[in-house]
Design a protein around this ligand. Structure first.
Ligand SMILES: [Zn+2]
Ligand SMILES: [Zn+2]
Ligand SMILES: [Zn+2]
Length: 494
């Protein structure tokens, strides 16, 4: 680690430093405010998940019903010619390798290969904001459990088989390092709207940002603009590190690798298992808000025993619910949730995480099944609970407010709906920024609900007939099928 070294002339806001007890870290060199972008890191390499290769464009990572195959390898799939052209630089060598290997290897190997091709072509320069090199990134190979290490060795072996004989040859050690880096730094790449995880990528500079359960920054993926016909004008996939509030000069920049809704013990365990460190952040040390997350309702006469009993019951029901959800049996999901929610009512606090989980699923599935009125009730309870737990500028909180706002709009509660959409917009302006597709959607929704609200106040009859028409045309297609792989974690973990 090089104290205070700056690599890029335009990059004066951040610098690498030695973070006590954490190794290398990043800190601010001047004061920044909520929503300020500390850096944008272009994607070094990314691949679509094995499970989604036929459903997601390999260039822009959009989910599409119909994709066109690459005529050469018959593996890569694209929205259209424009996306294919835009993705050709990254796919060219992969395409030839897949053809001669006879099939496409798994996502880890595809990502490692894309990284190596790019390294061979461009050397160690990973981006113009050169804060680190791939060689310097931690691989944690020595911390890995025996089982995972075995899997990694199989991947390395298959990689060497897949890698063209005529290309530059690599040692087992250097390839193992890359797989180790991918294992602990592979970033979840989401679809355009950020609603579903569809792939994994590497953003080298992001790897320098250390974890805190109550962080001062958030990281957001912007898939770039692939809408123009001319490939030359496409903007690149990148992540942005954005400040959640005021950060003073010299303060370390942190993001959270895990969802804050977990109890401190559980977060610590996840971080140890997946990222190989013991979290000593203030919230873990003080077990901040753990009591709220497991609390009983503030109703007279709920004995501690009863809270414990319903908590244990909830764990069982959550398992059942997850299984039904995996089978896409949504009526069964609703049945299980309703049964559980009834038992939890007036026993668990509105911040109890098992109750929040049930409300969240119930709200989401009910709105998918178009029971908007009931869905809105749970969405609202959930927002009330989240507000007491999350940082006011948490992205998850903003997205939840947005969904709740749309659900209220769908249920015909225009005033509450508009209010929630406005609140969500304020959060997303900080966490996602004004150019992110989801913020743009939200802005359109805010304008529409504002207009409707004005109309509603002027003339209710006209409002209702207009709403009917709007619902028929479905201008707000926010409610996709409840997906299993939401985007909760930052990094891809097994
Ligand atoms: Zn595309
Ligand atoms: Zn191809
Ligand atoms: Zn912590």
């Amino acid at each position: 680690p090089t104290e205070g070294r700056k690599y890029h002339p335009g990059m004066e806001i951040v610098e690498v430093f030695d973070s006590p007890g954490k190794g290398r870290g990043l800190r601010a060199t001047k004061e920044v405010w909520a929503g300020d972008v500390l850096f944008a890191d272009p994607c070094f390499a990314a691949v679509v998940f094995d499970s989604l290769v036929a459903h997601v464009c390999h260039s822009c990572f959009r989910r599409q019903a119909k994709l066109q195959r690459c005529g050469q390898c018959r593996f890569a799939q694209y929205c259209d010619r424009t996306c294919q052209r835009a993705g050709w630089v990254e796919h060219k060598q992969e395409c030839a390798a897949i053809k001669s290997y006879g099939k496409a290897p798994n996502e880890n190997i595809r990502l490692a290969a894309r990284i190596m091709w790019r390294l061979n072509k461009e050397g160690g320069v990973v981006s113009d904001m050169q804060l680190t090199t791939l060689d310097d990134l931690e691989d944690h190979l020595s911390d890995m459990p025996e089982m995972d290490l075995k899997e990694l060795k199989v991947d390395v072996h298959n990689f060497l088989d897949f890698w063209p004989r005529t290309g530059k040859q690599h040692t087992v050690e250097s390839i193992s390092h890359i797989f180790g880096v991918i294992n602990c730094n592979g970033f979840m790449v989401s679809d355009q709207k950020g609603l579903q995880a569809v792939g994994v990528g590497l953003f080298p500079n992001l790897c320098l940002v250390n974890h805190d359960c109550w962080p001062n920054c958030t990281v957001i993926l912007n898939n770039g603009n692939h809408s123009t016909i001319n490939t030359m004008y496409h903007t690149q996939k990148r992540i942005e590190l954005r400040a959640l509030g005021k950060i003073s000069a010299g303060e370390e920049l942190t993001v959270s690798y895990v969802d804050y809704l977990n109890l401190s013990e559980d977060r610590k365990q996840m971080l140890k298992q997946q990222y190989f460190f013991d979290c000593t952040c203030e919230h873990c040390t003080k077990k901040t808000k753990d009591d709220l997350k497991m609390a009983g309702a503030v109703v007279d006469g709920v004995p501690e025993e009863k809270v414990k009993e319903v908590t244990e019951y909830s764990v069982e029901m959550l398992k059942k619910m997850e299984n039904a959800r995996l089978e896409a049996n949504y009526n069964e999901v609703v049945k299980i949730c309703r049964e559980c929610v009834e038992k939890q009512e007036n026993v668990l606090a509105d911040t109890h995480i098992y109750q929040l989980k049930m409300w969240s699923t119930l709200g989401e599935v009910l709105s998918y099944l178009q029971f908007f009125e009931e869905a809105a009730t749970y969405a609202r309870k959930m927002v009330d609970g989240y507000v007491k737990l999350y940082h006011p500028n948490n992205a998850q909180l903003g997205m939840t407010m947005m969904r709740a706002g749309v659900t209220h709009w769908q249920a015909g509660h225009i005033e509450v709906g508009h209010g929630m959409i406005c609140k969500a917009y304020a959060v997303l302006m900080v966490t996602h920024g004004s150019t992110h597709p989801i913020t743009k959607d939200l802005e359109a929704m805010r304008n529409q609900t504002e207009m409707e609200l004005r109309m509603f106040k002027q003339n209710e009859y006209v409002y209702h007939s207009m709403r009917e028409a709007a619902l028929k045309n479905q201008p707000m297609k926010m409610m996709a099928e409840p997906v299993e792989e939401g985007v909760k974690g930052l990094f891809r973990k097994k």
